[in-house]
Design a protein around this ligand. Structure first.
Ligand code: ZN
Length: 203
């Protein structure tokens, strides 16, 4: 199982971190050891003082695919959920300044909690679906998949040019604006439409 993740897929978020809006998807990976399920708590790591939440729609790949055309891509995901792409923003900033890879800031242990999956057929339109993150009961991020720069089909097609996608692989599809820090004691709750799919406490 691998996790592929997309950076800067919502223009308003690219802007808030002073990044250009990309012409092609920005891709990075998180290893299987970053995955966390079952609403387990997130333990604040000792190597960062600025861990940020980034709520994202997560696709689960069904099928083993390579070089898939965009028009066929929708056949290869049936379920989706929400995840948090925990990011050590202080480490990421240092990596970016030096032009180095992001792994220590993005791919560390348990940096990818993922909620319950729902069937895409239960949504009126997966390509126009709202989602949000609440921190301690206050909304901090709101997104709509219609505002993605590269939609699900485009992402699957693009990723499959470089990586064989296998059943069970996950795609973090990028975060909308509103990313921010977490502190020990915070409770994060992620909703797709009005369905609570993920809860994560920071300890
Ligand atoms: Zn992200």
């Amino acid at each position: 199982m691998k996790i592929l993740a997309i950076g800067r897929n919502y223009a308003a978020h690219a802007k808030e971190l002073n990044n250009p809006v990309p012409a092609e998807p920005v891709i990075f990976m998180k290893p299987a050891s970053s995955l966390m399920r079952d609403d387990k708590p997130f333990y604040y790591p000792d190597f960062s003082k600025d861990i940020h939440y980034e709520v994202e729609v997560v696709l689960k790949i069904s099928g083993n695919i390579k070089h898939i055309e965009e028009k066929f891509a929708a056949k290869y995901y049936q379920e989706l959920s929400l995840g948090i792409d925990f990011t050590a923003r202080d480490l990421q900033q240092k990596c970016k300044e030096k032009g180095l890879p992001w792994e220590i800031a993005k791919a560390f242990d348990k940096s990818a909690p993922v909620g319950n999956f729902i069937d895409k057929s239960s949504l009126a339109d997966p390509y126009q679906t709202t989602f949000r993150l609440e921190k301690n009961g206050v909304i901090v991020q709101e997104g709509n998949t219609a505002n993605m720069l590269f939609n699900f089909d485009s992402l699957i097609s693009h990723l499959s040019r470089y990586f064989t996608l296998n059943t069970g692989d996950l795609i973090f599809t990028g975060t909308p604006a509103g990313v921010g820090p977490v502190a020990i004691g915070d409770k994060l709750e992620a909703y797709l439409e009005d369905q609570l799919l993920l809860t994560c406490e920071v300890r």
